[in-house]
Design a protein around this ligand. Sequence first.
Ligand code: FA5
Length: 333
Amino acid sequence: MDAVAEIGEYERTALAAIAAAADAAGLEAVRVEFLGQKKGQLKELQKLLGQVAPDQRPVIGKKFNEVKARVTAALESRQSTLDRPASAAAGIDVTLPGVPFQLGKRHPLSQTMAEFKLIMSRLGFDAVDGPEIEDEQHNFEALNIPPIHPARDPLDNFYLSVADRRTGGPLLLRSQTSTVQIRVMENTPPPVRIVSLGRVYRPDTIDATHSCMFHQMEGLWVAERVTLADLKTVLRLFATSYLGDDVAIRFRPSFFPFTEPSVEVDMHWGDGWMEIGGAGMVDPNVLRAVGYDPECVTGFAFGLGIERFCMRRHHITDIRRFYENDVRFLRQF
Ligand code: FA5
């Protein structure tokens, strides 16, 4: 065989052996066999080169060096694959930098509601839940809102197209959390001292301070000798716990069918007064409707807008931010 053919044969067998090496030890044996400096096939080839005619030496020598470089490169490349952990074969390279884990956060309104519940529990109020789909009995009737009352106008409520399966009567998305007052009193003899926080729905025109879905916190305390002064104390303690000692609460006369007297509750914090909710002493008609004796117990109730409180504390100027799920907004809380 001439020198060129010998070099070609060397390259073929060396590359095949490199590809066939199953592990690092096998590859090392291949290296000694084909690239070893002391003995092995490379040495044999070099001996052969010594016998080549002088005029052919530059050409054959160049070819020899090229083949040696290719075999060395193939060996190194195979070495780096064998060095990689087994998981790499499965398409997972554990040596690559990791993908940082994104920690989620609770929505600012959920955080606010958790904090409200904590504050109210310190004041002795248990948190209860009520359904968001209601019947007219709980959303209106038992709250002393008769059928002719404008608050029952279909244009002011989200009525459902399905009827109550038990009574056949209309169903609607609750327009206030006051429904829960009724549900609690129906099932619990006095005294009761509860809060209920959750979503309410109204077809209001949406703007910076109004949404057609928002959250309220309802409070109810019925027992012997509960007064309007207790109401103001509880609301002041609640607001100062949430915002700080520099909060003032004021009542303005108002009207709700289910309280008498009724008040609008305003809060002063920072630069001005803001309406935060409605409240009053539970109307004797409401107490009677749930089987309580208004001669024995009295009580107060209040309903606060949760968004407005949270906006105030965090200087949020548009209520719509809460519902857009923009992580740049949500991450700030
Ligand atoms: C009521 O909903 C009464 N149920 C409150 C009440 C409870 C009175 C118990 C007496 C006894 P009002 O409709 O005013 O009241 O709503 C209460 C608060 O909810 C408002 O002060 C405001 O903070 C908030 N609110 C009302 N409408 C919206 C709206 N569209 N978007 C955001 N917040 C609203």
